[in-house]
Design a protein around this ligand. Structure first.
Ligand SMILES: NC(=O)c1ccc[n+]([C@@H]2O[C@H](COP(=O)([O-])OP(=O)(O)OC[C@H]3O[C@@H](n4cnc5c(N)ncnc54)[C@H](OP(=O)(O)O)[C@@H]3O)[C@@H](O)[C@H]2O)c1
Length: 331
């Protein structure tokens, strides 16, 4: 089969011919029709991981058709359109994943390939209103946004929320989910055009985080926020402490802009702010998220669709931060 293979000894990502994976007990073989890209996949492309040099098929997100099953797998899966939950071995706690947690595609082979063998418990029927390409846009970013907003953020209809870096995949899902709750959503972006797109999608406003006074501009426009979702961290993070209401929450799920410089803790304790970290989500949250998508007939915002052979071009687009919504690969 054809697959995009990452060679960490030289940080190359090439299309290669590899063997179709063999089914093990409890697994289904999926003929993948679409995959989507996540920022998460950029880290091992840029930087050597703690794991030794090796070749791997990356990709957390994938959707396709079940074409074969192991003897102990429910027969009715055959021929079904499925989407894969890439949040593997979550564990027993609702609060945090356990020691054996991993994300599909690193270090286990992922979805940038024509086939994948995966445990039955990680496959879910695709909501009928979604195409394969739309379904592939859901898993990692959708699950992260769902847990951040609902489990950790306890979003409700009265919430006024800020989502930073709206061009990102998780941010796009957070916007889409929050609007279905009739929450009042504001955004930041490094590109004015993306703020306009977010407003057209239903956001109430936004500012460009490259403007020197963006914090004050946003405060004048929107006041303070009950909940802030942030996947950037970095220098801008301290401003979020000013922008959140007293008693409010900041949920962080990423570090696209790097480490958070020192800040005065007075802001934190006087305003009694909760800063909460979150990552991916449990099997239950994945299932609930799919119901939410089905119930509200949600379609993801898709930025662009490439063929698997164009994997490098697709990653160039992700790296450039030009995207608004998910970048998909058709397989
Ligand atoms: N913890 C988890 O489970 C989990 C899961 C998924 C992702 N993540 C992490 O979350 C982050 C986003 O992932 P993604 O896949 O959604 O990324 P993505 O689609 O590559 O989006 C990255 C976005 O970050 C925004 N950004 C860059 N610099 C920024 C800054 N200084 N301030 C605010 N926003 C900034 C940009 O938004 P604009 O284009 O609008 O400027 C950019 O489009 C990454 O760090 C990723 O590793 C974590």
């Amino acid at each position: 089969m054809k697959a995009a293979v990452l060679d960490q000894s030289e940080f190359s990502l090439r299309i290669e011919e590899v063997l179709i994976p063999e089914l093990k007990a409890g697994q289904a073989l999926i003929k993948l029709k679409a995959a989507s890209l996540n920022h998460h996949e950029l880290w091992p492309i840029r930087k050597k991981s703690r794991l030794a040099n090796f070749k791997i098929i990356p990709g957390a997100d994938g959707a396709g058709e079940v074409v074969d099953i192991a003897g102990d797998v429910e027969k009715s899966w055959l021929g079904k359109r499925v989407v894969i939950n890439p949040s593997l071995n979550w564990g027993s706690s609702r609060n945090v994943f356990g020691n054996n947690f991993e994300i599909l595609g690193y270090p286990k082979n992922g979805t940038f390939a024509e086939y994948i063998a995966i445990e039955e418990r990680y496959i879910y029927e695709i909501p009928l209103h979604l195409s394969y390409e739309e379904a592939a846009a859901v898993p990692m970013a959708g699950l992260t946004a769902y847990r951040a907003l609902f489990t950790k953020g306890l979003l409700n209809r009265k919430s006024k929320i800020l989502i930073t870096g709206i061009g990102g995949g998780v941010a796009m899902w957070a916007l889409t989910f929050a609007l279905k709750m009739d929450a009042k959503v504001y955004v930041t972006s490094g590109t004015d055009a993306k703020i306009q797109k977010a407003i057209m999608a239903g956001a109430s406003g936004g500012v460009n985080y490259k403007n020197v006074n963006w914090r004050m501009e946003l405060q004048e426009q929107a006041g303070l926020f009950d909940l802030i979702l942030d996947g950037a961290a970095g220098n801008g993070f301290e401003k979020l402490l000013h922008l959140v209401k007293a008693g409010g929450k900041i949920i962080n799920f990423g570090r696209t802009a790097g480490a958070i410089p020192a800040f005065d803790p007075q802001l934190l304790f006087r305003k009694q702010i909760s800063i909460i970290g979150t990552s991916m989500g449990s099997d239950d949250e994945f299932r609930s998220m799919l119901y939410y998508i089905l119930y509200h007939k949600i379609h993801p915002i898709i930025d662009s669709v490439f063929d698997l052979e164009q994997v490098q071009t697709a990653f160039e687009r992700l790296k450039s931060s030009e995207q608004f919504g998910k970048i998909i690969m058709r397989i």
